[in-house]
Design a protein around this ligand. Structure first.
Ligand code: ADP
Length: 263
């Protein structure tokens, strides 16, 4: 990992993980978790096609609204092995999430320090083993909780997910500043919900146009591309089978695969 300013138990415990990539957003509801899940599936597919083997994981750090388990179709509790939690696996991807440790009716009203403690444990007390890539789904926003989280994990880089709305630029910029503070390089900006494809094949720009590209320009990083608004993506999230898995040859899967290739 290149962020050499991180030391401690997390770094130690994650030494078998080759690359750790954070997925961040300035605000909630832009599809950050959806993106993280499909990106992990795209990495799995790419690595498997390249070397016949893929070891990919997702760490869901969205403590207040963990949606990775539902999106990945898992609900079983992780087993405990000595001091460590064993990640739960589906579609060849290992995952750990607060959503696997609490039941749905438990309100997660925790204060910052508790959140930090949990994340430290996700890093230090989860038997991730050897992984090629670990995708970290950060909580939405750019506050103190996110900042300390980013400091705790030995991140190699971060991808910012945004919508096409131009207001997103200033929000995303705050996110970039946060990564700058802790010397985590930005890998690029991905635009989600870019357009709706009409029956006639026409692209309808429901949320405006250009937000992703403008954000990438403003942050002096690369624009990774667009993901359309597509019911296939929403259904995938609700059914627990990501679009990358259920429609591996579809347009959506191609967009995610292209992004996985370029980060
Ligand atoms: P965030 O993590 O940013 O809060 P989510 O990933 O939970 O956002 O997405 C919010 C909702 O929008 C989910 O129901 C998800 O299935 C849906 N969604 C996300 N991206 C798309 C898309 N490109 N097309 C259709 N639905 C989407």
């Amino acid at each position: 990992p290149s962020s050499g300013n991180v030391t401690g138990p997390a770094q130690q415990a994650m030494k078998g993980v080759k690359h750790i990539i954070a997925v961040a957003s300035g605000k909630g509801g832009v599809g950050k978790s959806t993106f993280a899940v499909n990106l992990a599936c795209a990495f799995e597919k790419l690595l498997r096609s390249e070397s016949g083997d893929a070891r990919v994981g997702i760490m869901d750090c969205d403590i207040y609204g963990p949606s990775v388990p539902m999106m990945m179709g898992v609900s079983s509790r992780p087993e405990v092995n000595g001091e460590s939690l064993v990640p739960v696996e589906n579609f060849g991807i290992k995952m750990m999430s607060m959503g696997l440790l609490i039941d749905e009716s438990t309100p997660v009203v925790w204060r910052g320090p508790m959140v930090m403690k949990t994340i430290q444990q996700f890093a230090a007390n989860v038997a991730w083993g050897d992984l090629d890539v670990l995708v970290v789904d950060l909580p939405p926003g750019t506050g103190d909780a996110q900042l300390s989280l980013v400091q705790t994990l030995p991140l190699d880089g971060a991808v910012i997910v945004t919508t096409p709305q131009l207001v997103a630029v200033s929000v995303a910029r705050r996110g970039a500043t946060m990564f700058e503070k802790v010397n985590v390089p930005l890998l690029g900006v991905a635009e989600n919900m870019s357009y709706l494809l009409g029956k006639d094949g026409e692209q309808q720009y429901i949320f405006g146009q250009g937000g992703g590209e403008h954000t990438a320009e403003a942050l002096e990083t690369s624009f990774l591309g667009q993901i359309p608004l597509d019911p296939v993506i929403r259904e995938g999230g609700d059914r627990g089978i990501p679009a990358m898995i259920s429609y591996p040859e579809g347009n959506v899967a191609q967009s995610f695969t292209k992004m996985a290739e370029s980060v």
